[in-house]
Design a protein around this ligand. Structure first.
Ligand SMILES: Nc1ncnc2c1ncn2[C@@H]1O[C@H](COP(=O)(O)OP(=O)(O)OP(=O)(O)O)[C@@H](O)[C@H]1O
Ligand code: SF4
Ligand SMILES: [Mg+2]
Length: 398
């Protein structure tokens, strides 16, 4: 069955935007909503402390999407959960997480429960584990609504129906009566998105929201998330191991390695002027559009370091083709590119701007700064800009 086209933000029976549990100052589109400063998350383990997030800082404005990219185990999910406050008991966090100006890091669980769903929510990788298998879809959506908003039974049902329509689910009345296992993977992921959006959150985390899906459905779900983010002027954190997924969808990109941000820049700038060897390696490991079907990709050699036993110096040094003696001794700081203060990278040298990646002019024309925001630029435009360097968007264009 073909999915219905998603509509824009639905006209809901209640104003979920206004009806929030927690009274926060209004953050207008374009203003800073989330400020993360020197965030560290460490787990105690029998092997000693596991330093999963090490000194991460960034700001996210309302209406913007930040893509967080890195290999498995780089700390992407722990970072997202650390911001949401969804931590197991063996975790310790230090630093600061401010949401609409309010410090969340040491907020009591009761306060955080007021934020979850209502102000910030998460779409998980695998909807089968996140959805309740023994509850019908209707119940799962209306329960979330009732938790935060004072609604009659009829209003909650109407809202659930509108939400399903808004995420492009055909025959929404029939689907409300179904159980998760009666639906396809793509449909379940749409239900997850409807639940995450039910109370009009200002910040949406999408943690590998499409890795379990085939390429066509993956693109549909990413389009849906992007459309919802734009229509609702949410801030979104899109977590993935695939730079191709965030190309054309994120305004800014942060590349993580061993619990740190190693490169961060507006998306167009990052693809035009990759400065960190790890980002370059990630780009080279993505299929190019023009590649023959069975072309071998440049896998990144070696393995990420053990977070319970980190090496001295640059954590990427054991795998880095550019490593020099100093790299094995001194850890480089995250510092701005001398040519662009918005482009940060953590490398003693920074790869030269000639690594076979797309030339500056192509990129600037093709992508501009609002790639994710105006929709028109989309993936095709970024694909054109990335050119022979990465072909980073193959995964989302097919
Ligand atoms: N509860 C925990 N106790 C100990 N270590 C943990 C715990 N949760 C996560 N870790 C460790 O933190 C590190 C980062 O994990 P995280 O799940 O954030 O990786 P990721 O970047 O999201 O990877 P993936 O792409 O596979 O989802 C891993 O080494 C993981 O083993
Ligand atoms: S600091 Fe050295 S080892 Fe680390 S990424 Fe830069 S060149 Fe490679
Ligand atoms: Mg993860």
């Amino acid at each position: 069955m073909t999915d219905a086209q998603p509509t824009s933000a639905p006209d809901l029976p209640v104003d979920v935007e206004a009806d929030h549990d927690i009274d926060l100052p209004t953050v207008a589109p374009g203003e800073v909503l989330l400020e993360v400063e020197d965030l560290h998350t460490t787990f105690s383990s029998p092997r000693g402390p596991v330093r999963a997030v090490r000194g991460v800082s960034f700001e996210l404005r309302r209406g913007r999407t930040l893509g967080i990219v890195g290999e498995s185990g780089s700390g992407k999910s722990v970072l997202s959960r650390s911001i949401m406050g969804l931590m197991p008991s063996n975790a310790t966090r230090t630093g600061s997480v401010r949401f609409a100006g309010n410090e969340l890091l040491n907020a009591p669980a009761k306060t955080m429960r007021g934020y979850w769903g209502d102000q910030m929510s998460m779409v998980f990788q695998d909807p089968m584990t996140a959805l309740n298998p023994v509850l019908r879809v209707e119940k799962q959506i209306t329960e979330t609504l009732h938790e935060h908003i004072d609604l009659s039974k009829g209003q909650a049902r109407d809202t659930a129906l509108k939400l399903l329509e808004s995420v492009g689910i055909p025959e929404p009345k029939r689907r409300l009566r179904m159980y998760p296992h009666e639906m396809s993977g793509g449909m379940r992921q749409r239900i997850m998105i409807a639940i995450a959006l039910a109370c009009g959150p200002k910040l949406l985390f999408a943690d590998e929201p499409t890795t379990a899906l085939d390429v066509t459905v993956q693109a549909q779900i990413l389009d849906l998330l992007q459309g919802m983010q734009r229509d609702r002027q949410m801030a979104m954190i899109l977590v993935t191991h695939d730079l191709g997924v965030v190309a054309g969808r994120a305004h800014d990109i942060a590349v993580m390695y061993a619990g740190q941000i190693v490169e961060q820049a507006p998306a167009a700038e990052l693809f035009a002027h990759v400065r960190h060897p790890y980002t370059e390696a990630l780009l080279r490991s993505i299929p190019k559009l023009e590649m023959a079907k069975h072309t071998k990709l440049d896998a990144i050699g070696g393995r990420p370091p053990d977070l319970a036993n980190l090496p001295q110096g640059c954590k990427y040094a054991p795998r880095c083709a550019y490593a020099q003696d100093i790299c094995h001794v001194e850890e480089p700081p995250l510092k701005p590119d001398p040519d662009n203060a918005d482009h940060l990278f953590r490398c003693h040298f920074g790869i030269p701007d000639t690594g076979g990646l797309a030339p500056r002019t192509d990129r600037a024309e093709a992508v501009g700064d609002g790639a994710a925001g105006d929709g028109a630029a989309g993936n095709g435009a970024v694909g054109a800009g990335v050119g022979s360097g990465s072909g980073a968007v193959a995964g989302v264009q097919a």
